[in-house]
Ligand binder design. Structure first.
Ligand code: NAD
Length: 440
């Protein structure tokens, strides 16, 4: 089961019942459709399907911020609380000029599924503010963060809804957010630090959080590669995006014996069939904000050449919906591991199906980040600090079990890995609704 264009969707009872708009490019509808396909296969109860098909709360806020030149600007922010049957809402917030309601709803939905795949006691949420963080000063960024926090602070909390970093937001931004929350009179206790994860190490952050998503991608691949007939040692990999997730995934996979042969980000693309030095590239990226101008051993290539580079595994780790039909047509890989959320649009996904390219879905492949966020929350709650080794060990255990569960479900249901991962998430959520019942 893959996401398909809405015009070809079975206008099943839930889609019709909830009167979804018939928009083929709507990411939220695609996400719901994928869930409903898996729900059908496992006979999930109708009540769980309708509850999951819409978020519990959609919070939209508009708030003014004084800019450096003295004028006031109004910003629009979102916080979507998709589902909390398994625990507090959990999910990052992003700063990006293209943040829109339906996209944030999709990402919140995927968080519910992701937390259930790795069986951590959280539900799903997501937030965002419409802004290009590169176009505001450091001081303005801090004021925007503090006002966004004030605007939503009555609806979140350490046991209610726990934000974290995402695209365009950093550990420093999480520290400003936590500080603002804790300065309000209702939350002036140190335990309130748990209101966000992904904080700096010196202010309640966890060892291993920065590399956690990349580490989780590597752990998942190591577990699943034998099942798809690829040897980790010597496998060739291309990376789309080289930020927090893929910058780390590239370094970790290189240490595990893989060869990173091509990398592309918003500043350019490079290729070296003998392997790109990902540590040097990461340092360059940290200094300059992109891979463009890298002076290490690699040739500059264009977008088409990047996608056409023959590899065993392609890892998209940039933004959503970047792999369209054309990019999928160019791709020359056996397996795609989704480090980014929803990296393929419906036409891209169909082309991958046609070409027989296996896809490890994001709700499994990139669940390492939220898993270590959970470890951070547990450490804060218990006022303890785990070593980096303990974090890595626990993360690996969660990722391996989730990967095994997904492969078992795939064999039982005879479906794609994406449907199998959704099915394992729905198995868990369905069980929780069964024992909790639905109030009243
Ligand atoms: P980031 O901002 O650190 O990096 C984003 C990367 O995408 C950068 O290398 C950027 O150059 C690249 N990019 C942006 N536009 C591009 C374009 N047009 N062409 C090519 N490359 C482009 O973000 P991140 O934290 O690495 O997150 C990447 C993805 O992973 C996002 O989809 C995010 O939601 C998802 N994700 C992140 C985490 C996490 O812990 N950071 C966890 C789960 C999922």
């Amino acid at each position: 089961m893959t996401a398909t264009a809405t015009s070809e969707l079975p206008r099943g009872s839930v889609i019709d019942e909830l009167e979804f708009p018939n928009d083929p490019d709507n990411l939220y509808l695609q996400t719901v459709t994928t869930m409903l396909g898996a729900a059908e296969l496992i006979n999930l109860k109708h009540r769980s399907r309708i509850i999951l098909a819409q978020p519990k709360n959609e919070i939209i806020v508009n708030f003014p911020v004084k800019m450096d030149d003295g004028h006031h600007k109004l910003f629009k922010g979102y916080r979507i609380q998709h589902n909390n049957c398994c625990g507090p809402y959990k999910g990052g917030f992003r700063y990006h000029q293209d943040v829109h309601l339906d996209d944030v709803k999709s990402l919140a939905f995927l968080m519910t599924m992701k937390c259930a795949v790795v069986r951590i006691p959280f539900g799903g949420g997501k937030g965002g503010v419409q802004l290009n963080p590169r176009e505001v000063s450091h001081e303005e960024l801090q004021r925007i963060t503090r006002r966004y926090c004030c605007a939503i602070m009555d609806q979140i909390g350490p046991d209610v809804d726990i934000p974290a970093p995402d695209v365009g937001t950093t550990a420093e931004i999480m520290a400003w957010f936590a500080d603002t929350y804790m300065m309000s009179s209702a939350h002036q206790h140190h335990d309130a630090l748990r209101v966000v994860t992904g904080k700096p190490l010196e202010y309640g952050g966890s060892a291993g959080r920065l590399k956690a998503t990349g580490q989780g991608v590597a752990d998942t691949l190591a577990e699943m590669l034998p099942g798809v007939g690829i040897a980790l040692h010597g496998m060739k990999v291309s990376l789309l995006g080289f930020g927090n997730v893929n910058g780390w995934a590239g370094q970790i996979l290189t240490d595990m014996g893989a060869t990173i042969v091509a990398v592309m980000d918003h500043t350019g693309a490079i290729r070296n069939d003998n392997g790109i030095d990902c540590k040097a590239l990461y340092e360059h990226n940290m200094k300059t904000g992109g891979i463009g101008g890298f002076t290490g051993d690699a040739d500059e290539i264009d977008e088409e050449a990047f996608y056409r580079t023959p590899v065993d595994v392609f890892i998209p780790g940039a933004l959503e919906q970047m792999i369209k039909e054309q990019q999928a047509e160019w791709l020359d890989c056996k397996l795609m591991a989704e480090a980014a959320n929803a990296p393929c649009d419906p036409s891209g996904e169909r082309k991958l199906d046609e070409k027989g390219i296996e896809v490890i879905p994001a709700i499994l492949a990139n669940a390492g980040g939220v898993t270590v966020s959970y470890f951070e929350w547990v450490q804060n709650k218990n006022a303890v600090t785990w070593s980096a080794e303990q974090v890595d060990r626990e993360l690996n255990r969660h990722m391996v079990v989730a990967a095994q569960r997904t492969m078992e479900r795939r064999n039982e249901l005879k479906c794609s890995l994406r449907t199998a991962a959704f099915a394992t998430a729905l198995d868990h959520i369905g069980d929780v609704y069964k024992v909790r019942g639905i109030f009243p």
